[in-house]
Design a protein around this ligand. Sequence first.
Ligand SMILES: Cc1cc2nc3c(=O)[nH]c(=O)nc-3n(C[C@H](O)[C@H](O)[C@H](O)COP(=O)(O)O)c2cc1C
Length: 172
Amino acid sequence: MRFGGPHPQDRYHEQMSFDVREFRNAMGCFATGITVVTSRSASDEPLGVTVNSFSSVSLDPPLILFSLAHVGGHCQEFLASGYFAVNILTPDQRPLSDRFSMPRDNRFEGIAHDIGENGSPVFQDSLAVFECETFAVHEAGDHAVFICRVTKVHLGEEENALLFHRGQYHKL
Ligand SMILES: Cc1cc2nc3c(=O)[nH]c(=O)nc-3n(C[C@H](O)[C@H](O)[C@H](O)COP(=O)(O)O)c2cc1C
């Protein structure tokens, strides 16, 4: 495996000693929580995507990040919106992770939610929710990395977290 140093972008595949499956399997060893990141479309429809590429970035100012694949339709709509709510899921909210990671026309159909201060859908009983707005976006390969400034924090009552590890859900 080769890390660092300048090399032409179009030759990086030749220099890798691992394939995409190995990379995904190795990344899957890193246990994460699960979030549903929500927003609103230009036509004011609620949007939501299951995301585990969530991380804290900065305390002052309060910044978080998540990354979205360009292939999905949501990335462009999120770039256009600029306002989000990151809902951290409890084990009981596992069905939300399934709903917001699978293709369907109206992901919010029959899903109870409140509207946050910035207009993004907020799921009641989440472990915590971060309402936030775009601070910077970095293009990174086939994903866009959204760095967002947190404008409101909701802290729930539940203590157990929904976890994701090696492609399986777990309860902490
Ligand atoms: C546990 C889990 C974590 C995921 N994390 C991400 C993520 O961090 N970024 C991303 O772009 N997609 C992630 N996905 C996939 C998206 O949820 C899924 O592809 C997306 O909802 C498809 O919507 P779209 O193609 O309409 O944009 C994840 C899926 C699952 C099940």
